[in-house]
Design a protein. Structure first.
Length: 689
């Protein structure tokens, strides 16, 4: 009886592909990029024995059938890399193909033999046969050329030096490599995806204001027309996203009063997040703000100034929202027959009803909620801040955002989810383009470095885009309550230089609003969430000009447009680390950033080009102590930053416009929060003739 065929004998693919990055949860979720940003792909690729291997990265747009091919380069120790550049919004697919490459093995061994002055006559014949095999796989014109080359190098009547020259020529190698033998090639066992977003998903500056507080007349409810008149101010500050809290009718039943009092006075305006009344719901606008036509005019006027209007989407209702009467099954009922209002014990939100996503009528609920996004997209909105998405089912967001992004790939969704890390990460995987973070509470040097290291040097960097907010209408940290002007200045610099996307709640921020409702609270006293506020935008101590300067720096320096190359540096005095000086660089042409599966994204052995026109290099130094002056010596790893350590280099302080000439790795800095608590240096080094 014949012996049984060995298991796997029919599969003669000997190349192994593993450790592919980026690959999020085994390919369950896409990584993220913006249009024009490279996707750098790495993998461990190896085989048994000593044969040479070749590999290529395959990529294609989701609606294309033909793969684009990019040769992968070996990094050493079986690690390979290649990249491709997405050019369109939507989804791209990518995978890897690798194979044993006798031709490359022949070239490798031939170089060794020639270096050892060995007789290579037979080896030329072997090489010629490999070229003949490639000729049979090639297209007609290339096939004839390859056949001629094969005949030439096997012709013993020709001088052997000439035969070697032709065989080892780069042109020959390029032509043979174009037609590899893929009969037993290994294709990675899955196709991975990258979600490609608008550039503003990666680089944006958000400004939040309450439209009802934009009236130039104190005590009068603001309108969309008032917001339109405020646009020049927002543009002057340099923001490109104007975020509006909910603009819908506000419930009358159980309306909250000033400072979140349970009993409202007749003239109290209520919370915009208590959405809906007899005047309409999520697809209506508050009548005191204006009409839908007024809103569309605002959207167009903002866009003319390079500003996108972002809307707050909060999936919750006031007790008198039309949904409560029209769809009672969408809400949970208490044993006493009343509708369950929102709670976070001991806090009670009697003016808000949450949706019951476990409702038997969940399908119609899901469709209705998705239609809210589509309604506002039809009215020109392309950016949404989503309120508390972690309190809604993950399955809903995967379905809803998947549907929206397939129809409207130019939309951006910011997740306002201050919750546990795993929940925040899951929302990012499910399709949120940006995410609020814990930045507001990371105030020490150690905390900032640890947090940014996590965000930029782990797999998080592939799908979790941080949007840093030093304050929000809900968050007035103790640091800002007590720190004074220096605290507000240092936090906005940290937010705008550590993260490529950041935002502030204004005018509270530039006017340094710091009064808490009570000790130990992060709630503002006289919060705009519950009342109209009149702001003096022309106040002499406003930070408006400082913030505008920061934004000019952000826009003029590509190094600050993403977080890929963030690198922290030592600051020392008298042999000890200076805890109150934080120093870090970003580069527009730094080493590629992608996980290696071994340590971090940075490739220390890759040196970027010198700082100059082709490489924007920014050094930021911040003093987070809002009261005291601090000084120290900053250490820069010059060669790793592309700086010639043998020559001086210039640092230009883009905030104060001073210029300094530095030499060597160690240089002195001193920052007084009473003046300006930060330097943002652009580093340059003149090239030698």
């Amino acid at each position: 009886m014949a012996a049984a065929e060995p298991k796997g004998a029919r599969d003669r693919r000997r190349v192994i592909i593993e450790g592919v990055q980026p690959e999020i949860d085994g390919g369950r979720f896409p990584c993220k990029r913006v249009v024009g940003r490279d996707v750098v792909v790495e993998a461990d690729i190896f085989t048994d024995g000593h044969e040479a291997i070749s590999a290529r990265l395959l990529s294609r747009f989701e609606r294309e059938r033909r793969w684009r091919e990019q040769p992968m380069e070996p990094l050493g120790n079986d690690r390979w890399r290649a990249s491709f550049t997405p050019e369109r919004l939507g989804r791209y697919r990518y995978t890897i193909e690798a194979w044993l490459d006798p031709w490359q093995g022949w070239r490798r061994d031939m170089e060794k033999r020639l270096a050892a002055y060995q007789d290579v006559g037979v080896d030329l014949i072997i090489g010629g046969r490999l070229i003949e095999a490639a000729a049979r796989r090639a297209l007609d014109g290339d096939g004839r050329t390859l056949a001629d080359i094969a005949a030439h190098i096997q012709d013993t009547t020709i001088d052997i030096t000439e035969r070697i020259r032709v065989a080892m020529a780069d042109e020959t190698n390029e032509l043979v490599s174009r037609y590899p033998d893929l009969e037993h090639a290994t294709r990675y066992d899955r196709e991975l995806e990258v979600a490609v977003d608008p550039v503003r998903a990666e680089f944006s500056s958000w400004y939040e204001l309450f439209p009802r507080s934009t009236s130039p007349e104190p005590g009068r409810h603001g309108t969309f027309a008032d917001v339109e008149r405020r646009l020049d101010y927002v543009a002057e500050l340099g923001f490109d996203v104007l975020y509006l809290p909910p603009i819908h009718p506000i419930g009358m039943l159980r309306r909250k009063g000033r400072n979140n009092r349970e009993a409202a006075e007749p003239d109290d305006v209520g919370s915009p997040w208590a959405i809906g009344s007899a005047e309409g719901g999520h697809m209506s606008v508050h009548p005191e703000l204006g009409t839908l036509d007024d809103f569309r005019r605002l959207v167009c006027s903002a866009r003319d100034r390079g500003i996108d209007i972002a809307l707050d989407i909060a999936f919750q209702v006031a007790p008198d929202h039309p949904y409560v009467q029209e769809h009672p099954s969408w809400f949970r009922t208490r044993p006493d027959g009343t509708v369950q209002y929102a709670e976070n014990p001991p806090k009670k939100y009697q003016d808000i009803y949450p949706f019951d996503f476990e409702s038997p009528d969940w399908r119609s609920l899901w469709k209705e909620l998705a239609s809210i996004f589509e309604f506002w997209i039809d009215h020109g909105v392309r950016i949404f801040r989503v309120d508390n998405p972690h309190t809604k089912p993950f399955a809903f967001w995967e379905w809803c955002l998947g549907r929206l992004r397939s129809k409207y790939p130019d939309t951006i969704y910011l997740a306002e989810a201050f919750t546990t890390p795993r929940r925040m990460e899951r929302l990012a995987k499910l399709g949120f383009n940006q995410s609020y973070t814990y930045f507001a509470w990371r105030n020490t040097k150690a905390d900032i470095i640890a947090y940014m290291t996590e965000l930029t040097t782990t797999e998080l960097a592939e799908y979790f885009r941080p949007n840093f907010w030093p304050n929000t209408p809900d968050i007035l940290t103790e640091y800002l309550q007590l720190g004074g002007r220096g605290a507000f200045m240092s936090r906005v610099v940290l937010a705008g230089t550590l993260s490529s996307s950041y935002g502030i709640y204004g005018p509270a921020y530039e006017l340094m609003e710091h009064r808490a409702r009570e000790p130990g609270s992060e709630e503002y006293l006289d919060s705009e969430k519950y009342q109209l506020r009149a702001w003096d935008l022309d106040r002499e101590d406003s930070l408006r000009h400082f913030i505008a300067r920061l934004h000019r720096i952000r826009h003029e320096n590509p190094a600050l447009h993403d977080n890929r190359t963030l690198r922290f540096h030592n600051v020392v005095r008298d042999g000890f680390d200076v805890d109150q000086l934080i120093a870090y660089t970003k580069s527009s042409a730094g080493p590629p950033v992608t996980p290696t599966g071994r340590a971090i994204y940075k490739y220390e052995h890759l040196v970027p080009p010198p700082p100059g026109p082709d490489n924007n290099l920014i050094l930021t130094v911040v003093n987070p102590d809002p009261v005291n002056r601090h000084a120290g010596w900053v250490e820069l790893p010059l060669e790793k930053l592309g700086i010639d350590p043998a020559r001086p280099y210039q640092v230009h302080d883009l905030i104060g416009d001073a210029r300094y000439t530095w030499s060597g790795a160690w240089n002195y800095v001193e920052l007084d929060p009473g003046v300006v608590p930060a330097h943002i240096f652009r580093i340059s080094q003149a090239t030698e003739d």
